[in-house]
Write a protein of this length. Structure first.
Length: 164
């Protein structure tokens, strides 16, 4: 996880026999030779057309300028969230959370905790049914992404909020 390559594992010896560079945040793939003893091996397989869909969101600080870019990669019922976070204090703890209010007021539902690098930035990854609540939800279940300083147990006040 959080690598830019996939490990090739020999399942007979349970050892890594090669590493394949794939780019940022590769997803798991399994290939088992001779797993299908009859037919072409395509029975019950369906293309994940929805997996090609993604949604982009932006979070901004009090100045209203977008500082964080969030991409939601559709994985079927859930999305993989990847946030390119910028504009925060270096080497500090933060939480990406869901808020009931567009300004981040009220109780927060933590999505991911992270620490910024020396430049005040971070790449944050999480998986969950996020798109349904930050984009398409009915008003009574709609949530907004926010970034708060601190920890999931002791969050501070929102520093960045999801732009409309």
């Amino acid at each position: 996880e959080n690598a830019d390559a996939a490990a090739v594992i020999d399942t007979a010896s349970n050892s890594v026999i090669a590493t394949i560079p794939l780019g940022q945040a590769p997803q798991g793939v399994a290939y088992v030779p001779n797993a299908v003893t009859k037919g072409d091996g395509l029975a019950n397989l369906q293309p994940l057309a929805a997996a090609a869909n993604s949604a982009q969101l932006s979070l901004a600080g009090a100045d209203g300028k977008a500082a964080t870019q969030v991409t939601l990669f559709n994985q079927g019922l859930v999305q993989m969230l990847q946030a390119a976070v910028t504009g925060l204090e270096p080497k500090k703890a933060y939480v990406l959370a869901l808020a009931n209010d567009a300004k981040g007021a009220g109780p927060l539902q933590p999505v991911a905790s992270f620490m910024t690098n020396p430049a005040g930035a971070a790449i944050v990854n999480a998986i969950g049914p996020i798109r349904q609540v930050v984009q398409e939800a009915a008003p009574d279940v709609r949530k907004y992404l926010v970034i708060v300083p601190g920890t999931a147990d002791a969050p501070g006040q929102p520093l960045q909020m999801q732009l409309p």
